[in-house]
Design a protein around this ligand. Structure first.
Ligand code: C5P
Length: 400
């Protein structure tokens, strides 16, 4: 449920076809409790009428920098001061260019120069225009100035092209706007999470892997992000997708996962190893497909790096949380892994009940306590796990 109670959002609309989505966006803002004022460029009024925006926002729409009547009601400087957030959606290539160069020759660009509120832009343009070097360097300039970038998204475009450039969906823009205000209980924390299986090549068409749907890691990533954390998810190949707010690094093998984790771990406060990492990989993956000639085939395996153990042994290590999916002696094996891998906390559960299931239960084990997590869907269990992680981490910090 989005919450923007009493937040003052100034929605600036520049002239692109995606302007038609601003009606829905405004509706979402108003429903979430925001006060919305709208400022439109002349070109945008070709795509959606000021009357529509006035009806949906409940406020008179500002159209012109030199409109005496509007300036009398709430002048552009006052409007710039009024806003808690200025959101330009859609932001066209031309608008981005003019803003990047500090122009103030129309209402929207002037508002942006005058404001001290955060400014977010939701770019929308043809994929070629988005990919153009000048546009990219303009966007970079704006990001360097502290502008927030919501999108653009990838997919079908109004012009018939397919690619990156379409405006992010209103719900995504509204969610990102809300998350700017909702700091959440995990705000300020950086999570690094591994998820899914790893695939270890035998030859170009075959591999060995572990059972893992990735659902638990993705649920933890989504819930941590919804609670305000910054989340990086290093994921093996899975069929689930994380929210766009999560920065995802896709990998295939354990060695790639190890490398990606080691590159990111320095900035992590909490590391959660959920991935079902293959313990061994074929020592010599064949360059060509292995032919079915011999009666028997012997493969030699070498040990993969233990990612979580390596994370737990770095200097200034994050708080390290592991998972143990066991087929027998769940608690004993969980405790053994907690110790041998030098983890702060481990969630142990029954492997056969876990795979691809939407319902999960687990036992949280740390050096000083055990707590049962009753069966629930992976999102509710993820929230409980995050709470336990925070509690144990707080205790650890207080005794350190
Ligand atoms: O596979 P195992 O039961 O040892 O996994 C226990 C924990 O260690 C899990 O959190 C898993 O993600 C992590 N792990 C790892 N790298 C490995 C093997 C396991 O990070 N090579």
């Amino acid at each position: 449920m989005l919450s923007l109670t009493n937040k003052r959002i100034l929605l600036g609309i520049s002239g692109g076809i995606a302007a038609y989505k601003c009606g829905e966006l405004t509706r979402l803002f108003v429903k979430a409790g925001a006060q919305v004022r709208v400022a439109m460029t002349k070109a945008s009024t070709e795509f959606i009428t000021p009357l529509t925006m006035q009806a949906l926002s409940g406020n008179r729409v500002a159209l012109d920098l030199l409109d005496h009547e509007a300036e009398g009601a709430m002048g552009h400087i006052e409007l710039a001061r009024w806003a808690d957030l200025i959101l330009i959606a859609p932001a066209t290539a031309d608008f981005i260019s003019r803003t990047a160069h500090g122009n103030a020759n129309d209402l929207l660009t002037a508002l942006i120069l005058a404001t001290s509120a955060p400014v977010a832009i939701a770019p929308a343009m043809n994929q070629g225009m988005w990919g153009d070097k000048t546009t990219q360097s303009n966007v970079k300039k704006l990001e360097e100035k502290g502008f927030l970038l919501f999108g653009p998204a990838e997919g079908d475009q109004a012009c018939g092209d397919v690619g990156i450039g379409r405006m992010a969906e209103p719900i995504e823009i509204a969610t990102k706007s809300a998350s700017l205000f909702d700091k959440g209980s995990l705000a300020g924390l950086n999570f690094l999470i591994t998820g899914g299986p790893t695939l270890e090549a035998i030859d170009p068409v075959r591999f060995i892997t572990n059972h893992s749907s990735g659902k638990m890691a993705y649920a933890l990533a989504d819930e941590a992000s919804a609670a305000g954390a910054k989340v990086t998810l290093v994921s093996g190949p899975v069929n689930v997708r994380a929210s766009n707010l999560i920065s995802q690094i896709d990998v295939t093998s354990a060695c790639q996962m190890h490398e990606a984790v080691m590159e990111c771990v320095a900035s992590a406060d909490i590391f959660i190893g959920v991935a079902a990492v293959a313990d061994y990989r074929p020592a010599f993956p064949a360059k060509q497909k292995i032919k079915k000639v011999e009666e028997e085939l012997t493969l030699r395996f070498v040990k993969n790096p233990d990612i979580i153990s390596d994370v737990a042994s770095i200097e200034n290590k994050p708080f390290v949380v592991g998972f143990a999916a066991e087929t027998n002696s769940v608690i004993e094996n969980g405790k053994r892994k907690l110790d041998s891998k030098k983890l702060d906390l481990i969630f142990a559960n029954n492997a056969t009940e876990t795979f691809d299931s939407d319902v999960i239960s687990a036992i949280a084990i740390s050096s000083h306590f055990e707590q049962e997590i009753l069966p629930g869907n992976k999102n509710s269990v993820a929230r409980e796990m995050l709470q336990i992680i925070c509690d144990v981490m707080e205790k650890k910090n207080n005794t350190a």
